[in-house]
Write a protein that binds this ligand. Structure first.
Ligand code: UT7
Length: 325
């Protein structure tokens, strides 16, 4: 039976020029390169320049994805941007990007699910494309977390970085099996009982300030592996696939220890795991499309490969997406 699938036509990414090393951080707060590498796997992160906003990062990534897909901006009728660090409280940063791309039709909006944002955005776009409401979508993850960090708090400021990644999706008819190209299944979860474990202590309605990121790292860590493996198993069940069928696991890049433990629990071989946390740090909603762009760009992810995406973050939110490239 023919079904509509959201097929990836192209990918792109953008990282701000400025790189901040662990050594540089160790000169500012009581930390060390050794501690950061051992506990997280992070060696460096990129930091947006003064005057460089989330929309600028997102626009660069979108342009790269359009070029890679070899499609014109005006053929896009849906833009879904995942971000927790918008340029302004409103309008949505997605409309800034839409305007910068010269697109004046269709719809553009933001989704906010913190580090799981890209999975939520991908699932949203996928459902609109499958329903026939839109034909071609840009799904973007873009963040400037450096703007909401407390640079005195060593427990959080060493973890995050700035960046953006994007994919172009197109609705295409496929035979309707797990051998189809495109997004095969998505699984989204939230549990607000954990909202105080990873949050920003400001906002327009509560404090009228932007606020800073606060995290009980150990508490987040404790829940991460179980939540990630649950939604990956949901994706396997929904598609009749197993860990052996996966060509690549492209996880949210928060901590190498969380990624290693999740892959181990699921029996996914380490050589199938795409790791960029060492170079990018945790870029929240941007981390998965950034990692996709690295692994597709260096030739690891190839057409027809089966790719599992997963993320977990503030809310808590967590989710997975299984797609054939
Ligand atoms: O992307 C959204 C989801 N977020 C995450 O997935 C983050 C999840 N959490 C983590 O990745 C880890 O919990 C951290 C990397 C944040 C922390 O690693 P940990 O192994 O859980 O360390 P900890 O918080 O238990 O702290 C161990 C020690 C503490 O000292 P004491 O109490 O043992 O004396 C901390 O004060 O390490 C200390 N510490 C640091 N030391 C040097 C905390 N941050 C630092 C630091 N440098 N930057």
């Amino acid at each position: 039976m023919t079904v509509m699938r959201s097929v990836v036509l192209g990918y792109g990414s953008y990282l701000p020029e400025r790189i901040m090393t662990n050594a540089e951080l160790a000169a500012k707060v009581d930390t060390s390169d050794e501690w950061i590498v051992q506990r997280t796997g992070i060696r460096q992160r990129h930091i947006a320049a003064t005057g460089e906003f989330t929309s600028h990062l997102g626009t660069h990534a979108a342009l790269a994805a359009l070029a890679n897909a070899k499609v014109e901006a005006h053929t896009i009728d849906l833009i879904v941007l995942a971000t927790s660090t918008p340029d302004n409280t409103f309008p949505a940063t997605a409309v800034q990007i839409q305007s910068a791309l010269g697109i004046h039709h269709g719809a553009a909006f933001d989704v906010q699910a913190v580090c799981t944002g890209f999975i939520f955005a991908l699932a949203t776009a996928d459902n609109f494309l499958k329903s026939g409401a839109f034909k071609r979508a840009l799904v973007i993850g873009a963040e400037t977390f450096s703007r909401i960090l407390d640079w005195q708090d060593r427990g959080t400021c060493v973890l995050f970085g700035d960046g953006a990644g994007a994919v172009v999706l197109e609705a295409q008819p496929q035979p309707g099996t797990n051998k189809d190209r495109g997004i095969l299944t998505t699984h989204l979860r939230s549990d607000g009982r954990h909202k105080d474990k990873l949050f920003v202590d400001g906002g327009p309605s509560s404090t009228q300030t932007v606020g800073h990121l606060r995290m009980e790292g150990r508490e987040v860590f404790k829940h991460a592996v179980g939540m990630i493996t649950d939604v990956i198993e949901d994706a396997f069940k929904a598609t009749g696939t197993t860990a052996d069928d996966i060509d690549w696991l492209v996880p949210h890049q928060a901590n190498k220890r969380i990624i290693d433990a999740s892959a181990k629990k699921l029996n996914i071989a380490p050589q199938k795991v795409v790791l960029t946390v060492d170079l990018h740090g945790n870029t929240s909603a941007a981390s998965i499309p950034l990692a996709l762009a690295v692994a597709a760009g260096d030739g690891r992810i190839k057409k027809n490969d089966l790719v599992m995406l997963e993320a977990m973050g503030g809310g808590f939110t967590w989710g997975s997406a299984l797609l054939r490239w």
